[in-house]
Design a binder for this molecule. Structure first.
Ligand code: HEM
Length: 130
């Protein structure tokens, strides 16, 4: 009975835009979103890869497709999602080993993940897409 009374008193805020997440929280949500998007788009990427290898004709189709600026931007976004997922994944593995679990280190490592993943995206994007 007392349990129910306590639960009823808990503050509720379902107005999502008013919730200000700290950086590690944003990183965590992006890690989940990036994992899901990478998983869902894996068949498309594998199809594109297969097209590039099957024959000279399908290679030309894949090349024309990836030459489109919109496709390039989508691929750049995917590269960033992958880099974010990869770097955040390494951070989570370190957290699982109890490395950097205090608040200050967790905030610092979140900043490092964003910085490194964006830098890697620029480098890989410039090399592969342009
Ligand atoms: C295309 C490749 C990948 C896909 C599709 C993928 C997908 C996913 C998905 C769907 C999750 C669950 C996310 C959640 O519900 O919170 C996940 C978690 C995770 N991924 Fe990946 N992943 C990929 C690559 C990687 C790589 C390269 C790493 C290396 C660091 C990694 C490290 C992790 C870790 C550590 C977790 C667990 C995070 C936690 O403790 O909540 N993933 N991944």
């Amino acid at each position: 009975m007392a349990d129910i009374a306590i639960k009823k008193k808990r503050p509720k805020n379902l107005d999502l835009p008013t919730i200000r997440l700290p950086l590690p929280g944003i990183l965590s949500i992006l890690h989940r979103i990036s994992g899901a998007v990478l998983f869902l788009l894996l068949p498309v990427l594998l199809w594109l890869f297969q097209q590039s290898l099957a024959s000279p004709e399908t290679y030309a189709v894949a090349k024309a497709l990836t030459g489109n600026i919109l496709v390039k931007l989508i691929l750049l976004g995917l590269i960033w999602l992958y880099m974010h997922h990869f770097c955040a994944g390494i951070r989570y593995l370190l957290l699982d080993l109890h490395k950097g679990i205090d608040l200050e280190s967790a905030r610092l490592s979140s900043k490092i993940v964003f910085g490194v993943s964006i830098a890697l995206t620029v480098i890989v994007g410039a090399k592969v897409l342009w």
